[in-house]
Design a protein around this ligand. Sequence first.
Ligand code: FAD
Length: 395
Amino acid sequence: MLKIDHHVCNLCGLCQKSCPFGAISAGEEKVTVDERCTLCGACVNVCPQSALSIERRQASPEELAQYRGVFVWTECEERGKKQVPRKVVYELLTHGRRLADRLGQPLAAIALGDSRMEDLDRLCHQGADRVICCRHDLLGSYSTDGFTTALAAVVAKEKPSVLLFGATPNGRDLAPRVAARLRFGLTADCTGLDIDDQNQLVQTRPAFGGNIMASIISPYTRPQAATVRPNVFVASAPDPSRPAVIEEFPVTLSKASIRTKVVETIATGGEAEKIEEARVIVSAGRGCGEPSHLELVRSLAHRLGGAMAGSRAIVELGWIPHTIQVGQSGTTVGPDLYIAVGISGAVQHIVGMSSSKKIIAINKDPDAPIFKIADLGVVGDALHILPKLLDALKA
Ligand SMILES: Cc1cc2nc3c(=O)[nH]c(=O)nc-3n(C[C@H](O)[C@H](O)[C@H](O)COP(=O)(O)OP(=O)(O)OC[C@H]3O[C@@H](n4cnc5c(N)ncnc54)[C@H](O)[C@@H]3O)c2cc1C
């Protein structure tokens, strides 16, 4: 809550000017704040009289101790007539298992969907001790309102200590809604998660345009929530001997409370969708020389049944869209095979592809940093090597 000390305030109006949400009015007699205030603190920082302060509610250690367990939101995707968990869910469960073991607490998956949801046993095979399953006709396709209500109901009742989401478009939409509704903290777009010696979740993410990695903790609220980029963690092989424990969680939803409806689903079919889950990626860098040479890279990608991607340098040159940029300020990928063509191997590129199972680099500079992480390095001119490789594959 924003507190205003009216005895100290001199009605200078700087707070009103600084408020990005238009929540503050400096009248002739006093300053008032309305419900648009998000407690961002901008006004507190500019007040020359120190008349403004924010009182944040901090849970006591006893309250925090009531929260237990690592929970993962199971985002499902349509596959044929079924709804099945997305790959990022298995990645989060694999790492969630490690976090839960460090804490000595259980790991749970929360699945929201309709009667078409399948493959929930696999969530337990992947490490979950149990699956909390909400089935409702109104959860058949993603809606912010419906999924927020259902997930908030589960979290309010179950009180997890840690809550993880994939940083997918829907995960990035849902996590802040639930966090705002239940008033807990959230770290977006994490690239690492660990437990410190006080059993707190340490959430790592790039900050200040990627120039530093910030380690963030949430000491005052629970659950400690984070969205995590797909392909940051590698999913382990499922263990079918783990018992599947699936519990139904009834939710009450009404059509009137869901303000959006899916009218039509249009597949974009672009390369952007493919790179996150592609098993083979052929990625181009500035060393490819000019945009017309990218046809060689695209042909190789298609011949190998994969997708084409690229470095930020060629996005900035306008050769490819940002949607297929790999790296810290692009997409994180983790294919079985990553072929880097004319890419130097800057650290910001490497963080986005180093979890690839096999990396092949083609670069004419034998000292290019990309060779330090490549399983196979080919020193030479990509424009001579790629046509030969394509011919060999055709043959
Ligand atoms: C905050 C921040 C975020 C960033 N985020 C990203 C990101 O998400 N993704 C990203 O990629 N970058 C990112 N960058 C940029 C990054 O630092 C590099 O500048 C960029 O990755 C370089 O791209 P490149 O390797 O294609 O080009 P260059 O560094 O110019 O390398 C070109 C390479 O091609 C080789 N070469 C030249 N000709 C040939 C040839 N004929 N055959 C074979 N090899 C050849 C050269 O030897 C060289 O190694 C970021 C930078 C900052 C500061």
